[in-house]
Design a protein around this ligand. Sequence first.
Ligand SMILES: NC(=O)c1ccc[n+]([C@@H]2O[C@H](COP(=O)([O-])OP(=O)(O)OC[C@H]3O[C@@H](n4cnc5c(N)ncnc54)[C@H](O)[C@@H]3O)[C@@H](O)[C@H]2O)c1
Length: 331
Amino acid sequence: MNESKRALVVGAGTMGGGYARLFASRAVPGVELAGVVDLIPERAQAVASANGADAYTDLYDAIHELKPDFAYVATPDALHRGPVETLAAAGIPLLVEKPLATTVEDGDAMIQAVERAGIHAEVNYSNRWNPPFVEARRVVDSGEAGEIRSFNVRLNNTITSPETDLSWSASTTPAWFLMSHCLDLAHWLSGRTAVSVYATAGYGVLADLGVSTPDWIHATVRYEGGGDGVFEAMWILPDTWPGTMEFVFRAVGSKAAIDVDVSHQNIVVTGLRHHYPVTLNWAQQRVASFLQALDGHGRMVVSFPDAMEVTRILVAAHRSIESGAVEPVRT
Ligand SMILES: NC(=O)c1ccc[n+]([C@@H]2O[C@H](COP(=O)([O-])OP(=O)(O)OC[C@H]3O[C@@H](n4cnc5c(N)ncnc54)[C@H](O)[C@@H]3O)[C@@H](O)[C@H]2O)c1
């Protein structure tokens, strides 16, 4: 049997902390946690010591001392490029959080860095492993749904996410943080690439709280071959919402409609509070798939070029918010 792969976690926040725990728990066979990097020493230390690993504030030190077998990068949306270029130059395989990049320039630079290094690299569009979407893809592949041409999707968070949980919410938008998942699922399920997008944004609630980002973004995406999709990403659901998010996904094909609603997590508890405990957790399957691909026998890979489809659509969507016009996805 192969030895365990030693993982380096870069960015010790919500996602980095969760994946560090997953790696350290040995819940995924063949992986262990080697170290944790964060620019904030207390964060790196807290996550590393809770999981029996070494803490670093300098990525170079971590790479050279630990010589990890791969790195998981979970820095804020617009800050993936720096760590990715450093890790790629050192020849370290990568699993990078979504969205790959928030500019086409950053995304192209990361693709080139990975190609130059000849390393395995994937983006964590993790909902491709979320069980209801796995089944949706099976239905599409079976031909039962026919040709998928219409999407109606909303993925929304309570206001706690941008107001309290994310210190960097003003440097991203609900579209980068949330809609990126939905656009990736639409692309993955239908195989379609986008041609143009029209988007609008609403402002006010978060701005009044001192968080300079849209309260919501709505986007209508036109796909090649005549399909289209309507997408909503909202960051101001009230905290009284029974869960942390609302995620409702509809894909309509020529022979069937597919509806997924993971907001409720298949369980509703009504006691002192009315809430949806989290039951759907697929991080193990996602990491197992990455490890298989790293070993050269994976079935599914979210490559950097594949993930650039979402970056291109969202760059055009943000341009559309500014211009008020329908914007081409490829300029
Ligand atoms: N796949 C998913 O389902 C999913 C879910 C939530 C978030 N995300 C993505 O994960 C990423 C991280 O989100 P989060 O919620 O964990 O954010 P977070 O703010 O909780 O954590 C980010 C951490 O990165 C650190 N950091 C910033 N720059 C760094 C650098 N150059 N080197 C090392 N550390 C650095 C910050 O200090 C912070 O501790 C984002 O891109 C986000 O969109 C993915």
